[in-house]
Design a protein around this ligand. Structure first.
Ligand SMILES: Cc1ncc(COP(=O)(O)O)c(C=O)c1O
Length: 254
């Protein structure tokens, strides 16, 4: 119910902030970047329940380093089907503050089990993987498929997710968007057909997953993450201008 900001205003707002803050853009070494966070919030004097009639659009920025404290080392992921971050027909596909609020109890449960993020399973049917609290998820199989849960309205359609699907074929992988059951995930790791898994998002770029853990056990992935690191490099090479931007993804600001 928030008003839709014209694309031009959005892009100009972001570009103006980058121009103003250009001295804060870090050097590329160590994969540092200027993290941009555009957002909108209701901004009026009113107490009650209705859609906002006045909103403020802001962009903030901060120099940032790697998302996970351990850098590109594999992270362990807590799997929950007890808690849900989004429900069918709800706000899961939107980047909305309430989704993060709903994900936090599971996130803290994950920390208690030594995990950095939580993988949510669709809560009503408990029969398909969705995404992590703040990232999408991919699996790599031994026959060269790059699989990610299909968008169902409960999953954020992340730009990193779609960029990875776009470059997959260049790296000899077959991109697949479909329903992935939790048993398929665990059995695939146990029988060796799922060889790699990774999380992805603007801030985390691509981070290999070392193991999935749940109240039922632990499923460890083999060390190496070769395909994951190849995809990671392919995306970063475009972002840092080391590879040709054949898809028109880059926009020079300053
Ligand atoms: C819930 C959720 N899923 C996925 C992502 C990744 O999206 P993107 O690649 O657009 O950063 C984010 C990023 O903030 C997120 O919050």
């Amino acid at each position: 119910m928030l008003p839709e900001l014209p694309v031009e205003d959005f892009v100009n707002g972001v570009a103006e902030l980058v121009r103003a803050d250009r001295r804060w853009v870090p050097e590329a070494e160590g994969e540092k970047s200027l993290y941009l966070r555009p957002f909108m919030f209701a901004d009026e004097v009113f107490l009650g329940v209705r859609a906002a009639q006045r909103v403020t659009f802001s962009v903030i920025a901060s120099p940032s380093g790697p998302y996970f404290a351990g850098g590109v080392k594999p992270v362990d992921i807590w799997v929950t089907d007890e808690y849900a971050r989004a429900g069918i027909g709800g706000t899961g596909a939107a980047k909305c503050g309430g989704n993060y609020a709903a994900s936090l109890i599971a996130q803290y449960e994950g920390y208690e089990h030594g995990c950095s993020q939580v993988l949510f399973i669709e809560a009503a049917g408990k029969d398909r993987l969705e995404e992590l609290g703040g990232m999408n998820v991919f699996l790599v199989t031994d026959d060269g498929k790059l699989i990610t849960p299909a968008l169902t309205g409960t999953i954020l359609d992340g730009i990193t997710r779609s960029s990875i699907l776009a470059v997959a074929a260049d790296l000899g992988l077959t991109p697949v968007e479909r329903r992935v059951g939790p048993d398929e995930l665990f059995d695939g790791i146990a029988n060796g057909t799922t060889v790699e898994a990774f999380s992805c998002g603007t801030a985390a770029v691509i981070t290999p997953i070392g193991a999935f853990r749940s109240t039922n056990g632990e499923w460890k992935l083999p060390a190496g993450s070769e395909q994951t690191l190849a995809i990671r490099n392919a995306i970063l090479d475009v972002q840092y201008g080391r590879a040709e931007d054949t898809r028109g993804w880059l926009q020079r600001v300053v």
